[in-house]
Write a protein that binds this ligand. Structure first.
Ligand code: NAD
Length: 476
């Protein structure tokens, strides 16, 4: 069993355990404890204590430690990717992509000596100068979801820490092992004990952290309802909070799309990571005459995807995270049928009886925007197909959905692409790109029900979020 990491030491104390599954085989291979309130208290106290010293360490020294952390993480790159596949199920190729995207935030954090700089306006009056500079906010609670067990902790922790904060990281209880390894490797790199602490558990631990008076800021990524609750609770307690939530992402395909580009992009967006991705394109909106060729080609390509354990070569789609989650996804497919959708590719036969939590790619045609499958996040390998007469109608369909994470357009028309990116009501936009993930240097910019807060994760927003400005007016 892996424990919490508090003050640089592994602690196994808990009230009950969370099993960690290998979803490809349906077997438990590890476990973590559910933190008792006293353990959470210890973790926060460790972060407070370490923070007194850490905030005074020079920025250059913190940057040097981050460079060392980066080197250690690179050395363990394959190990981290294998750990992601083992506990989450995604393919090794996808796991490597995840670790790489996470490491890019460490790259960004290594530039802290530039990012952290303030400004000076000298000589504002008689021998008076004014300046502002950044200081850390204090203890940051980082709460992460199951679907990117290494990347999402890395969206938060390196940047928080290099800015002089200390962290209590609460990873998903379903995929908690990446966080433990990230904390251990930080110690190996020389980041002092207590700067990065990890506690395990469910919503009870989250609530305790979010309400804790010594926690100054909360970074959360997870489902929309919980993101909203975490946002409200933290804001009510006067804390700064960024809470990224769920998604329903639309891929609009125009009749002039380049099919060789659009079809693989739609397939990857819908079925990559087994659809368990907040940037998954889960609805394709075929505009006008795009409908028939698109449907035929997408069904044909999805039929060819190989479903299996993520650590086996040639596999395209891994298992879902848990049997219950797969049941929920299958429940959506059945509901879609009841609501009038047509199952043109059915991923259920042949997979449900396997030992792992597999479900094959599934495509539902004739989905309406107001039906459950057309409206809600399914979080599995299920693509809903809708039709629109025009780009304007497609934009209205997207706007009518409460989420606003990502949307993409496939077209060869600059005019259509420009109209789309200007008008679409979401924060991340793909043009002939199916998964429009901002790199570490840009903010991860969900809108509407996909994000609660002001400053987004990583990029310049992350720097703002993890620092507060101090203004000095001085006369000498
Ligand atoms: P989740 O909301 O169930 O869990 C996220 C975190 O919240 C976990 O650490 C979990 O322990 C904690 N939690 C669970 N129940 C809670 C409760 N009642 N009160 C307080 N905290 C609680 O999400 P998940 O199933 O792990 O992850 C999938 C979801 O995350 C999807 O909705 C997906 O779209 C979303 N997600 C969003 C982004 C983004 O950037 N917008 C990125 C990845 C995942």
């Amino acid at each position: 069993m892996r424990g919490h990491i508090i003050k640089g030491r592994e602690v196994w104390d808990g009230e009950g355990q969370w099993p960690v599954f290998d979803p490809a085989r349906g077997e438990v291979f590890d476990a973590v404890p559910q933190a008792r309130p006293e353990v959470v208290e210890q973790a926060v106290a460790a972060a407070v204590e370490a923070g007194r010293e850490w905030a005074r360490v020079s920025t250059l020294e913190r940057v040097r430690l981050l460079f060392r952390y980066k080197a250690v993480l690179e050395e363990h790159f394959e190990e981290l990717a294998a750990l992601v596949t083992h506990q989450h199920g995604k393919t090794l190729e996808e796991a490597r992509g995840e670790v790489r995207r996470g490491l890019e935030v460490v790259d960004f954090a290594c530039g802290a000596a530039t990012h952290i700089q303030g400004r000076t306006l000298p000589n504002v009056g008689g021998q008076v100068d004014q300046l502002w500079y950044r200081q850390p906010v204090g203890v940051v609670a980082c709460i992460t979801p199951f679907n990117f067990p290494v990347m999402i902790p890395l969206w938060m922790v390196p940047l928080a820490v290099v800015m002089g904060n200390t962290v209590v990281l609460k990873p998903s209880e379903r995929t908690p092992l990446g966080a433990v390894r990230l904390a251990e490797l930080a110690l190996e790199a020389g980041i002092p004990a207590g700067v990065i602490n990890v506690v395990h558990g469910d919503g009870r631990v989250v609530n305790q952290l979010v309400e804790h008076p010594a926690v100054a800021a909360v970074s959360f990524v997870g489902s929309a309802a919980i993101a909203r609750r975490v946002y409200e609770t933290a804001a009510q307690a006067g804390k700064r909070v960024q809470a990224a939530g769920g998604a329903k992402n639309h891929l609009v395909v125009m009749p002039d799309a380049d099919w060789a580009q659009a079809v693989p992009a739609v397939i990857n967006s819908a079925f990559g990571n087994a659809g368990e991705r907040c940037l998954a394109g889960s609805v394709v909106v075929a505009v006008g005459e795009a409908y028939r060729p698109l449907l035929d080609q997408v069904v044909e390509a999805a039929r060819r995807l190989k479903v299996g354990p993520g650590d086996e070569p040639g596999v395209d789609v891994g298992p879902l995270i848990r049997a219950e989650h797969r049941d929920r996804v299958c429940g959506y497919i059945a509901q879609g049928e009841r609501e009038g959708a047509r199952v043109v590719l059915d991923g259920r036969p042949g997979y449900l009886e396997r030992p792992g939590f597999f479900l094959g790619p599934t495509i539902l045609d004739a989905v309406t925007p107001s039906s459950a499958v057309g409206r809600e996040e399914i979080f599995g390998p299920v693509l809903s197909v809708m039709q629109a007469e025009s780009l304007e109608e497609a934009l209205r369909i997207i706007e009518a959905n409460p989420y606003g994470n990502m949307a993409a357009i496939f077209t060869q028309s600059g005019r259509a692409a420009r109209r789309f990116r200007e008008g679409v009501q979401c924060g991340m936009v793909g043009v002939n790109v199916g998964v429009a993930q901002p790199l570490a240097y840009y903010p991860f910019s969900g809108w509407r029900e996909s994000f609660f807060g002001d400053l987004h994760l990583h990029g310049p927003d992350g720097v703002e979020f993890y620092t507060r400005k101090k203004v000095v007016v001085e006369r000498w």
